[in-house]
Design a protein around this ligand. Structure first.
Ligand code: HDE
Length: 701
């Protein structure tokens, strides 16, 4: 028998009918190894055999139980968003929002609600890499006192399609091609662009997907969006439309495409590791939650429909009001139990929050519950600890089913009942006052009442906001976007597909289309026909990453790789390391050998990583502190030359000792404001990328 202390019981999900949820995960303690029946195991090294060299006996139930359980360790991965990383934390409300919502978590300034947040890529499998060009999922489970509220969003505020019925087609087209099983986690292939070309409603999202938003530097430097229009409903039953925004305190930052590709090889878990390590060292990532709140009159004043998930409301038109912050401060105990088994669902809402008629959102309300049954195998998936409400009981008469963990007592398993009159436990009752009621106001749709498979006229404009997005970007970002289109379409073998996409791009911006056509060495086709006039909307600088409002120049939370070798000046390395730490950055020592290098004064300085295994793509800036002799030896080392060359072409700051100059020369580094001798100004330069360098290092479309 295992020690009794290994098995906690918790009333976590308690309440009248659901008492005593056994915590199924207490196998981590010290003590004796047992079978799942609690039988102490005497030998975990050898099977039961008939004689020392004889055959294995079928009787060996210890072996069979262990192998049986192992064989079934995998569950179906998510059909989309399979690869993810998650963390625990809290949400803290800034002020009472009682005027617009009755949701309990927004009633009191300073009130904290526990959260579990999962970030993901969309297209790749669970074992794919962290840095493909892809949308990032941003799903937050708020464990409120009134039940779980899931805000299941992305790092992009729009989506590819307007109607949920197109989702399986979109995902089929985006994932690995059906016959060949590749490419994994990449949209640069025929079927994706074939679908996109035929679905002009995806054009706005394509602009975002081809921008640097989809190659984020870390998960800590992405924005999040609820995408759909939701509702807040206050105690009087008045509804206000809301759109949700998460803004990273760490700033918004992306990689260069070439860098993202190289990170995939150097560290396929780069973003997962970054999140883990940041939390581990107490550098807790934080986001501010904001809302755009508006009424029907405002919605009616817009030239597009707020129920259309391919549209944004520019912040310049309707500012984002900050309403609280989320801090992620705890890594899960167990990846499978929590990150893999967490089951988000946009239908999980609380009183004071409600849906709009967005047809994409409406379809999602069905999909997530359905997918959880397939993935987690039981209708009782809500009993898994990560999915249980933490601050309120679960009480109802739903019973039985696979893997039922609860043992309700008594006869009451229906409602209403009058068993209380006989002195028996009657169980929970509905509550018309505090229970959730759906917002009953007049539906937004004029078509309400007729059964129609139809797209409203107000959804017909597919290009104005794509144009708005492209024209709002910094010129460097526009060049990245155009080059991403050239790259992706260059991987498309079907010429008619490329031509069709180009025709759609002409509607977005003729200059963009021309740049992409030039990059492909293809003629520029005629614009594709449009269903609604294309408007020149006012640009929205808030959409920029580069030189935008969230492009922070700081070392906080960023890393500097310091390359050293035998003979380096130990004091210079120490001084730089402390200065980086003081500026909130993370110094990482890289040397040809992980055991360290012998400094000029004879001391050994240990390295955090070996040069061949820690290329500069893993850092936000680099420093090279070498002696003449150390530099000479590294001139013959391709990894050292590449370390410096990549930092330069990825627009990072390079600080160096005088003696390191020959290595910089060999790497083709040319002087600019981001290349400096080590000193105070290097620290300033290291807090940002040097975009003006780009024309010197890359040909962009
Ligand atoms: Fe999802 N989506 N989705 N999605 N989605 C899933 O649910 C679906 C959409 C999003 O970290 C699945 O548990 C449909 C938009 C995130 O666990 C599935 C449609 C947005 C996650 C599903 C959409 C999202 C998912 C797969 C079209 C941004 C990962 C596994 C109507 C607002 C959550 C699962 C996590 C996951 C269906 C469109 C975000 C199959 C039918 C739009 C962040 O149910």
């Amino acid at each position: 028998m295992a020690d009794q202390a290994d098995f906690e019981t918790s009333a976590g999900n308690g309440g009248e009918t659901h008492q005593h949820v056994a915590k199924a995960g207490s196998h981590g303690g010290e003590g004796h190894l047992t079978t799942n029946q609690g039988l102490r195991i005497s030998d975990n090294q050898n099977q039961l055999k008939a004689g020392a060299r004889g055959p294995v006996l079928l009787e060996d139930f210890v072996l069979r139980e262990k192998i049986f359980h192992f064989d079934h360790e995998r569950i179906p991965e998510r059909i989309v968003h399979a690869r993810g990383s998650a963390a625990h934390g809290f949400f803290e409300a800034y002020e009472s929002l009682a005027d617009i919502t009755r949701a309990d978590l927004f009633q009191r300034a300073g009130e904290r609600t526990p959260v579990f947040t999962r970030f993901s890529t969309v297209a790749g499998g669970a074992g794919s890499v962290d840095t493909p060009r892809d949308v990032r999922g941003f799903a937050v489970k708020f464990y409120t006192k009134e039940g779980n509220w899931d805000l299941v969003g992305n790092n992009i505020p729009v989506f590819f399609i307007q109607d949920a019925i197109k989702f399986p087609d979109l995902i089929h087209a985006a994932k690995m091609e059906a016959d060949r099983g590749y490419p994994q986690a990449a949209t640069a292939h025929d079927t994706f662009w074939d679908f996109v070309g035929l679905m002009p409603e995806s054009t706005h999202m394509i602009m975002w997907a081809m921008s640097d938003r989809t190659i984020p530097r870390t998960l800590r430097t992405i924005q999040g969006f609820g995408i759909h229009t939701f509702r807040f409903v206050n105690a009087e039953g008045r509804s206000t439309f809301v759109k949700f925004h998460w803004k990273p305190k760490q700033g918004l930052a992306s990689t260069c495409w070439d860098e993202a590709v190289k990170i995939a090889g150097a560290d396929p878990d780069f973003q997962r590791r970054d999140l883990f390590e940041a939390i581990d060292r107490g550098d807790y990532p934080e986001w501010e939650l904001g809302i755009q709140a508006f009424d029907q009159k405002f919605a009616d004043s817009l030239p597009y429909d707020v129920l259309d998930a391919t549209k944004i409301i520019p912040e310049e038109l309707l500012p984002v009001r900050p309403i609280g912050r989320m801090v992620l401060d705890r890594w899960p105990d167990n990846f499978f139990a929590e990150t893999e088994q967490v089951a988000y669902c946009p239908a999980n809402i609380v009183p004071g929050i409600d849906f709009s008629n967005d047809p994409l959102l409406q379809g999602r309300l069905f999909s997530y519950l359905d997918t959880q049954l397939k993935r987690l195998g039981s209708t009782n998936f809500h009993q898994i600890p990560i999915n249980q409400p933490k601050q309120c009981p679960v009480m109802n008469f739903q019973r039985d089913g696979h893997m039922q963990m609860l043992q309700p007592k008594g006869r009451a398993n229906y409602e209403p009942n009058s068993l209380a009159a006989a002195g028996e436990t009657a169980g929970p009752r509905e509550c018309p006052h505090t229970g959730f009621t759906s917002f009953a106001g007049r539906a937004e749709s004029d078509e309400q009442g007729d059964k129609l498979r139809i797209r409203p006229e107000s959804f017909a404009d597919h290009y104005s906001q794509a144009r708005l997005f492209f024209r709002s970007l910094d010129p460097a970002e526009q060049a990245h976007l155009a080059s991403a289109l050239v790259f992706e379409l260059s991987k498309v073998g079907l010429e008619h597909v490329r031509t069709r996409v180009l025709s759609n791009l002409v509607n977005v911006d003729p200059d963009l289309a021309r740049r992409v056509a030039d990059g492909l060495a293809m003629p520029l086709p005629e614009a594709s026909p449009v269903a609604a006039p294309i408007l020149d909307l006012d640009p929205s600088p808030a959409l920029r990453i580069i030189r935008g409002a969230l492009d922070l120049k700081t070392l906080e939370g960023r890393s500097v790789g310091i390359l050293i070798a035998d003979g380096s000046d130990g004091k210079a390395v120490d001084d730089l390391t402390s200065a980086i730490g003081d500026a909130g950055g993370r110094p990482v020592i890289v040397a040809p050998k992980v055991g360290g290098a012998k400094m000029a004064d004879g001391s050994i300085l240990k390295a955090d990583g070996q040069l061949a295994g820690m290329p500069s793509v893993l850092f936000d800036a680099i420093a090279v502190i070498l002696s003449d002799e150390g530099c000479r030896s590294l001139l013959e080392e391709a990894a050292a030359v590449q370390f410096v060359m990549d930092a330069f072409v990825h627009l990072k700051a390079i600080g160096h000792s005088k003696e390191a100059q020959p290595l910089l020369d060999k790497a083709g580094v040319r002087a600019d404001e981001g290349v400096l001798e080590i000193g105070k100004s290097f620290l300033d330069a290291a807090g940002t990328r040097h975009w003006d360098r780009e024309p010197k290092v890359r040909t962009l479309a």
